[in-house]
Design a protein around this ligand. Sequence first.
Ligand code: ACO
Length: 349
Amino acid sequence: MPLSKIAGIGMYVPEQVVTNNDLKKWMDTDDSWIQERTGIKERRLAHRTEETTTTMAVEAAKIAIERAGITAQDIDFIVFATLSPDYYFPGCGVLVQRALQMKEVGALDVRNQCSGFLYALSVADQFIKSGMYKNILVIGAEKHSMGMDYSTRGRNVSVIFGDGAGAVVLQPTEKENQGILSTHLHSDGGSAEILAQYNPGSHANHWMETPVADFEEAEVGEMFMSHAMIDKAQLFPFMDGPAVFKKAIVKFPEVIVESLTKNGYTTEDLNMLIPHQANLRISQFVQQKLKLRDDQVFNNIMSYGNTTAASVPIALCEAWQNGKIKEGDLVCLAAFGSGFTWASALLKW
Ligand code: ACO
């Protein structure tokens, strides 16, 4: 059974740089609060009308496809991870198929938030290993800026996130000692509401003790999105930051060690850990707990913020472009996020 390898990788971030100080034009915040708690100095925000989650993904995909030495016509399956799709439906996968004028290949959208890219990679890995497909385009992309509360009311969430996209082309490899060794996927829905965007949705307050949507004046057919929801700012994401932090610092190390143990390695064998860029403090905690050296961990949240499904492929791409990952290196990709879901992939580059 051939393993799958990352044959090409690309990333795209919007031109517009928004520093912590720039955020002050919209909200009451300060650079030191943001840097101390998250490590973030600046993030990229997409052009309001000219860029979408899919247009950014397409730019990243073009680079990944070119670096894999193939054309868009050679792609035989698309897996697209995002929580900020262009449309509620259909998903972004079909928009990429259209934009890149691909054959009528399958397109699957994955909704696993911060671990979305790793879930997508794992799905693609199984298709390659089974021999079903030869060139799979795996994408993680987000345009968070379209739906964040950039007023003081939403500052505990909106300052953390940024826009961007990353993509890889997965192919079978015949080489010994190369490719994805294993992937590990987990979930615990017990905390689904701790980091979530409840509305618009079909929940009708069913899962909550305290209602999260105001349907009182909603007419038939307005339960999805009502005027009251807009007036009461119920269409923004919610995050219990400390609760996320507590769970993340347990599950991140667990899933990293799981991938190493499964393949007979220890943390000392690891050349590079690419953690989902949730928060620099979480990455630092994980590094400390696993006793990893600085050169074994790559972080770029300082420049891009948390780009959710895009963060792992963007960080992996940048680490590779900067010469921090070389052929034969043992690389672990790991993520934790809303759901909660968490995941890892161990690979030989
Ligand atoms: N600027 C200035 N002040 C702020 C801001 C801001 N952007 N946001 C919140 N504050 C204020 C609050 O209003 C509050 O003020 P008060 O004490 O007068 O009421 C004070 O700062 C503390 O607020 P908390 O929400 O308790 O801040 P906390 O110290 O917990 O830090 C943070 C918040 C950074 C989100 C932290 O909880 C954290 O790191 N959590 C991890 C979650 C995370 O990283 N999520 C990333 C996305 S999820 C993922 O990718 C897995």
